[in-house]
Design a binder for this molecule. Structure first.
Ligand code: AMP
Length: 558
């Protein structure tokens, strides 16, 4: 097994590794550190998952190469989120403790730009930044990177997923051509390859594990349920694991908040994290999750990026993400730092094809599992309670009241007394599972059909595939805009530059009113009632004809 002494690191850095408890380099560190140190100058692409020790893989070589005597910015690390930016800065500061590089500055949105500019003016040899804020500061001349020697793009695929392509290319255009660029990414989608092609020269490629592979420590299981049983399924998964710390992923901000609220209402320690919360609220939620005051964190993909909590036992996919690549990042939140983890997926029969795609991408088999039975959950919860009672340390104060308490129970024998104490906590579980918690068997014979409400209005909307939408994304957008649940938006058909959807007739005025003032990606959205009758069961080719002619009619009218 390799150790930090034979990677080419100087004494100060090997001693630091020892001091902070890094006994052996991780795979990405043993592969990347020697390569970066051997070459006085090189570009590099490293494909590695989150949680594999990437920060030290680029951090140690960077610290060895940067000149502590020079005060100008020599190294820039770009990362997708504020959380990740702060986390990298903290790690880098701890690695730099013996190097004399003592001003590593974090730059990110949601905090004072003046304060950050002040730290830069003091001389920041290394800057760790989110793309948006960095671009802003360059534009305002608050940071200079014209003498940059090393640029690291961390979680490049995440940055591009989040729409930072323009910001990154703009930042890179302010840097010298002869700098070294080191790109780290969990996956290699087209956009990452595009950045590499445009800004890197003959990069050395290093892959840790197989390309696009989920971490080996993570196993994947899925549960097929009926469309309306998702929440019940989630409760079963949570109740059956009495020692659970989990991130639950939803697709939209609205669902994220709704699921967290429903969990809290039914007695769980849960909270939500999503883009509608202020930075301060998000910090509060994250701190309580880190301190284990909350065990269930319900999150959107964007908000969960950069979450660095090592002992998450489960990732629960309440809904699968639209972009299959995103799943790798979700499941990478568990199974970190050498521990094993599980990624659980709740899905309907019609989503099974996505699982097949995921298996191919991740190169691992996903197991279909049965949800824990009510009996099993009841037994687990009872055992947990019995253990809690056995381990409880009674407060001395109770002694004062014991005579009265004993008087109260003088007619009870030991067995009935134990039963009654357990019942206080336990009854809500057994009652729930005997009544509303029961689940119907999923209908596996066919994909699920959307109910036909009959009394609906069909709308035309001027956004479509060209705007990056598919029916699922458009439905999520409409749900969020109109603050409606899935029953409010039906029969979404996405075409090239426009789409159609139905709502119950009573929502017609609300929809028309709302879309007088709505934007999509900065473009004014136009919504009008479609002249077509709400049809459903048409042959695909015919339907397209209808839509095309309806569009022609609409154009003629204008
Ligand atoms: P990263 O992928 O850089 O976010 O690292 C994930 C976690 O692993 C962090 O908490 C690091 O401090 C820790 N870590 C990184 N390298 C090592 C190592 N060689 N030995 C032990 N822990 C490490």
């Amino acid at each position: 097994m390799s150790n930090f002494n034979n990677l080419g690191l100087n004494d100060k850095l090997t001693q630091t590794a020892q001091k902070i408890g890094f006994e052996h380099p991780t795979e990405v560190q043993s592969k990347v550190i020697p390569v970066l140190l051997e070459h006085s100058t090189t570009d590099l692409i490293a494909l590695a998952q989150t949680g594999t020790g990437k920060t030290a893989a680029f951090g140690f070589p960077l610290l060895q190469k940067v000149d502590p005597e020079e005060k100008h910015t020599q190294g820039l690390i770009l990362a997708p989120t504020r959380e990740l930016c702060l986390q990298i800065t903290k790690e880098m500061q701890s690695y730099a403790q013996m190097t004399g590089i003592n001003n590593i500055v974090a730059i990110y949105g949601g905090a004072s730009i003046e304060q950050q500019a002040k730290s830069i003016r003091r001389g920041a040899q290394i800057v760790v930044a989110t793309p948006g804020r960095m671009k802003d500061m360059i534009k305002r001349n608050l940071v200079k990177i014209d003498q940059l020697e090393y640029c690291i793009l961390d979680e490049a695929d995440e940055m591009l997923n989040m729409g930072f392509y323009e910001d990154i290319t703009s930042i890179l255009s302010h840097t010298p051509d002869d700098k070294d660029t080191w790109l780290f990414s969990a996956t290699m989608p087209k956009e990452v390859a595009r950045i590499a092609g445009k800004f890197m020269m003959d990069p050395i490629e290093i892959t840790v594990g197989a390309k696009n592979e989920g971490t080996k420590n993570v196993t994947h299981e899925y549960y097929i349920v009926n469309r309306n049983d998702r929440f019940k399924a989630l409760k079963r998964l949570v109740d059956a694991n009495t020692n659970l710390t989990a991130i639950i992923f939803c697709r939209t901000k609205r669902d994220t908040q709704k699921i967290a609220d429903q969990l809290v209402e039914t007695g769980y320690s849960a909270n939500a994290i999503h883009g509608d919360l202020s930075q301060q609220q998000r910090d509060l939620v994250m701190n309580s999750f880190r301190k284990k005051q909350i065990k269930l964190l319900v999150a959107t993909d964007v908000a969960a990026r950069g979450i660095d909590v090592d002992d998450i036992t489960r990732v629960i996919n309440y809904q699968l993400p639209d972009e299959i690549e995103v799943y790798t990042h979700r499941s990478g939140r568990t199974g970190r730092a050498g521990k094993s983890g599980k990624s659980l997926i709740i899905l309907t029969k019609s989503e099974l094809r996505k699982v097949r795609q995921l298996q191919k991408i991740i190169g691992q088999k996903f197991e279909e599992s049965q949800l824990p039975s009510a009996d099993f959950i009841i037994q687990q919860q009872l055992l947990k309670l019995v253990n809690q009672v056995r381990e409880a340390q009674p407060d001395d104060k109770i002694d004062e009241y014991m005579p009265d308490i004993m008087e109260n129970f003088k007619d009870e024998d030991k067995e009935s007394l134990i039963k009654k104490f357990l019942a206080v906590e336990f009854n809500r579980f057994s009652q729930y599972y005997r009544t509303e918690g029961q689940m119907s068997k999923p209908d596996k014979s066919k994909g699920e059909k959307i109910k036909d409400h009959g009394n609906e209005t069909r709308f035309f909307i001027n956004v479509g595939e060209k705007d990056g939408l598919n029916w699922m994304k458009l439905k999520d957008y409409l749900k969020d805009e109109l603050n409606e649940d899935k029953n409010g938006i039906q029969k979404v058909d996405v075409m090239g530059t426009f789409s159609f959807f139905n709502t119950p007739r009573e929502l017609q005025d609300k929809v028309l009113q709302h879309f007088k003032h709505a934007n999509f990606k900065g473009r004014k959205v136009e919504v009008e009632i479609s002249k077509d009758k709400p049809k459903r069961k048409r042959k695909k080719i015919k339907r397209e004809d209808n839509i095309k002619s309806s569009f022609k009619r609409r154009r003629k009218k204008r």
